[in-house]
Design a protein around this ligand. Structure first.
Ligand SMILES: Cc1cc2nc3c(=O)[nH]c(=O)nc-3n(C[C@H](O)[C@H](O)[C@H](O)COP(=O)(O)OP(=O)(O)OC[C@H]3O[C@@H](n4cnc5c(N)ncnc54)[C@H](O)[C@@H]3O)c2cc1C
Length: 808
């Protein structure tokens, strides 16, 4: 083994082999993969090899499509068969709600270029003779489904990488990782040492152990998973003979099973409710090519339904039952990317669908290592979507929940209960007493809406029980005054002698003067949006940044990467150290004025002013800004004053009929004002001109801020797309995100988010369309739940288009 490598990939499962292949494809030569045993010695060897393009997150769906389309290429490059069977397949709906979900999935697939079709149960039966159509109401056909040979795929990646000069050392176990002075890692193996600039954790079942070598506790849990393989089935043999085709791939949601042909019989797997973690604390190093004892009792309820839905199985003999472990993150998506504080250490772990996602994960990570950026939006699988709050107990509860619900519908208004409440603020119980219905984001409980006694969310894709109550919350904000908790925002203090210069370089806008705030987009080197903050100049070289809560670790990682080495700048996350409440609406000023000694009249405390004030006895930082789009204030206190602040505001607001409002109302209010939101409208896919944030970019400031040249190029060329807001002639469902936008009989874009603007009485959808179309007012359609609804472009916000209420 050579003493130095540019990259050491730890793990020769499908994921590590794909990372190695993609690095080689990008032209990196000095790259090495270390595998403690034979290749595929973790979960890869006993996988069922099923693959599919559909995923709840369209960006991951694209990577799945990429993965499957890559197989013929790696087969040709390596000369190793991947055993590819692209049979196509059906997702079967047993209930009208599932049918609605399939229609939605079909619509989303359109702009991803997926080849899907909605068919009747009878039609599905005509192509998949084993199913009994009486149990189904319809199906989604997906031409991209199928299966591949897990070992063949892994060896094909490895072989193709080797041909391009990559080295693979089998039977070489990584035992320790030490950071080197000056950068890079000392990789200690049982066969000697190797110095590497970059190390990739593709340890699969042992990814936790590899993480612990660098002091990282990754949120990963292995689960047992079972599938059975039948003896030859006459029905299968007859179908093959008569049609010359294989039996199709099938997912039966109600049965919680998947099926495909294996040899001349069938393979049936389940995601059973009574799921079981495997070796929850650590993975033994001597675990290898062995299987776990099957436990038919655990999967019997699923099999019973399966045998009813696919009666030929009742007569089939079972040839073997496979029970093997594989790893999950709490939300079931991979953990990919660099880790804050560990330069040169990369994750490619928790890939639970390696044969659908392995190619995309390898591509994203190789781009990230080579270019410093994954090249597309992989937010849904970024390791930075979890923080320190994702403890092993949290992970255990969430992974079980996710596994057992793998084939369950998640409604857009459904909040999942496992591991909650986790993080709460001091006003949590008060708000609960006022009827707050909570959701969780970044592990923190946050009010979604306020329900009258006895009213609960009725789970639905359509408007539901909360609709009229959220409407009342919105009207209270527009006509009187509302109060909301804002603790979920991420807050950072930036200080030090170099803070001004550093912020000027990190952020694309102009820095506000002392006592003022500014909207501050942040760009990457490619000029794409990677943050939208409110920046407050607190004076004395101290700055406060406020941004998206769930992006906290993502942003901290970016900051850490760019902090000067001389210690002249510090960035301190204030997460739970600072809590907030916001008041908004035409009466908000009266409420504030009743609690402070300062003059907060319009001229004395202007829009975007920020000041320290004492509300009653509570010392606070007050900013005149509101995400509702009207008059409003964000008030920040330390947790010990949070309850007092709530009491003071409620008391002072009582005379004005103050009403609590939650994040669902806030969504309706912000789309009414055409405000975008992070991870929806604002994401690394778009430039500031495309996102209509160009007025906040100081293209000509003397500082060479990150992304300046790319942003200037975008401005000169005009960008490719534009963010647009539409009024939708909706029926009883509003756009939520990812719906296709139609024009002239073609899908020209996709919705990023939407909602109902209650005060205006308008259903709103926003999304990106080609810039040349962005001026057309008429002729639009938005496909909501499979129904193409007429839509009209909004030229100006529905509320306060000239900013008079906001600035007044
Ligand atoms: C029963 C079953 C059925 C499945 N069916 C499917 C399916 O139909 N479709 C699908 O897409 N997925 C399926 N999966 C999941 C699939 O197996 C995983 O997504 C995939 O194997 C993950 O690959 P990996 O490379 O991340 O991990 P692994 O396959 O676990 O590979 C990790 C490798 O790293 C090596 N390693 C770890 N630590 C070290 C170290 N310190 N030094 C050197 N080497 C090390 C290990 O020996 C191992 O070879 C199934 C899984 C199971 C258990």
């Amino acid at each position: 083994m050579k003493p130095h490598a540019r990259v050491v990939v730890i793990g020769g499962g499908v994921v590590g082999a794909s990372v190695l292949y993609h690095l080689a494809k990008r032209g990196w030569r000095d790259i090495v993969l270390l595998e403690r045993d034979e290749l595929t010695s973790g979960s890869s060897w006993h996988a069922a090899g099923g693959m599919h393009t559909i995923n709840g997150d369209p960006h991951i769906a694209k990577l799945q499509k990429y993965t499957i389309e890559l197989y013929p290429e790696i087969e040709a490059e390596s000369g190793q068969s991947v055993g590819l069977h692209v049979t196509g397949g059906y997702m079967l709906a047993g209930t009208p709600a599932r049918m609605e979900w399939l229609r939605m999935t079909h619509a989303r697939g359109r702009y991803l270029g997926l080849d899907t079709e909605i068919v009747s149960a009878e039609e599905a039966h005509a192509h998949m003779p084993l199913l009994d159509p009486r149990h189904f109401v319809g199906a989604l056909w997906n031409a991209g489904d199928g299966h591949a040979d897990p070992s063949g795929v892994t060896h094909a990646y490895a072989g193709a990488a080797r041909k391009q000069g990559a080295e693979i050392h089998r039977f070489t176990r990584v035992e320790a990782l030490m950071p080197l002075l000056g950068g890079g890692w000392l990789v200690t193996t049982d066969k000697g040492e190797i110095r590497a600039e970059h190390v990739v954790n593709a340890g699969g079942l042992w990814a936790r152990e590899v993480g612990r070598m660098v002091g990282l506790e990754l949120p990963i849990l292995a689960m047992e998973h079972m599938y059975l393989v039948t003896d030859d089935m006459p029905e299968v043999v007859a179908w093959n003979r008569e049609t010359g085709r294989e039996v199709l791939h099938v997912v039966d949601f109600e049965g919680e099973i998947y099926l495909r042909q294996e040899g001349r019989g069938m393979l049936m797997g389940t995601y059973e409710r009574a799921c079981k973690p495997w070796s929850p604390v650590s993975t033994p190093w001597d675990f290898g090519h062995e299987l776990l004892p099957p436990d038919l009792d655990r999967i019997a309820p699923s099999l019973e339904v399966g045998f009813e839905h696919f009666p030929a199985f009742k007569q089939a003999g079972i040839k073997r039952i496979i029970n093997g472990p594989f790893c999950f993150a709490p939300d079931g998506n991979p953990l990919v990317g660099p880790v804050r504080g560990l330069p040169g250490f990369w994750c490619a772990c928790a890939v639970m669908a390696g044969f659908s996602q392995g190619g995309g994960v390898g591509l994203a990570l190789a781009n990230w290592i080579v270019d410093g950026d994954p090249g597309f939006d992989i937010h849904a699988m970024d390791v930075a979507r979890y923080g320190a709050w994702a403890t092993p107990a949290y992970t255990d509860a969430k992974v079980r929940e996710n596994y057992s619900r793998r084939f369950s519908i998640r409604f857009p208004n459904e909040e999942l209960p496992a591991a909650r409440p986790l993080r709460t603020t001091p006003v949590h119980d008060r708000l609960a007493g006022m009827g707050a219905v909570f959701g969780d984001a970044w592990g923190l409980e946050q009010p979604l809406w306020f329900a009258p006694p006895g009213v609960k969310d009725r789970l639905s894709f359509r408007r539901s029980t909360d609709f009229e109550h959220v409407g009342a919350e919105c009207r209270a904000v527009r006509e009187g005054v509302g109060i909301a908790e804002t603790s979920g925002f991420a807050k950072y203090d930036v200080a030090g002698s170099g803070a001004d210069a550093w912020l000027d370089c990190m952020l694309a806008g102009r820095l506000p003067r002392e006592g003022r705030m500014g909207l501050a987009p942040m760009l990457n080197e490619g000029g794409r949006l990677i943050g939208d903050f409110t920046l407050a100049n607190l004076g004395g070289g101290r700055w406060r940044l406020t941004g998206s809560g769930p992006a906290e670790e993502y942003h901290l990682r970016w900051f850490a990467r760019h902090l000067p080495a001389d210690g002249s700048v510090s960035v301190t996350p204030l997460g739970a150290v600072l809590n907030g409440l916001a008041i908004a609406g035409p009466k908000a000023r009266d409420v504030l004025a009743a609690l402070v000694r300062e003059d907060v009249s319009s001229g004395a405390f202007r829009f975007m002013d920020v000041r320290r004030m004492t509300l009653g006895a509570a010392p606070a930082l007050v900013g005149r800004v509101s995400y509702t789009g009207g008059l409003g204030y964000e008030i920040w206190v330390t947790p010990d004053y949070h309850r007092l602040l709530l009491d003071l505001l409620l008391e002072a607001g009582a005379a004005h009929g103050i009403q609590p409002f939650g994040s669902r109302a806030l969504n309706g209010l912000r789309v009414e004002k055409h405000y975008g939101s992070w991870a929806r409208e604002y994401r690394p896919l778009y430039g500031p001109l495309e996102a209509r944030l160009d007025r906040f970019i100081a293209y000509d400031k003397p500082v060479d801020f990150i992304g300046r040249e790319a942003a200037r190029r975008e401005r000169a060329a005009g960008g490719a797309v534009r963010l647009c807001f539409f009024s939708v002639d909706a029926a009883d469902a509003d756009a939520m995100g990812d719906e296709p936008i139609w024009r002239g009989g073609a899908v020209v874009g996709a919705v990023t988010s939407g909602g109902y603007a209650h005060w205006s009485g308008v259903s709103v959808a926003c999304g990106y369309v080609p810039k040349d179309l962005a001026a057309a007012e008429e002729g639009w359609e938005i496909e909501i739940l499979g129904d193409r609804r007429p839509a009209r472009l909004q030229r100006a916000p529905l509320f306060d288009p000239d900013g008079a209420a906001m600035r007044g």
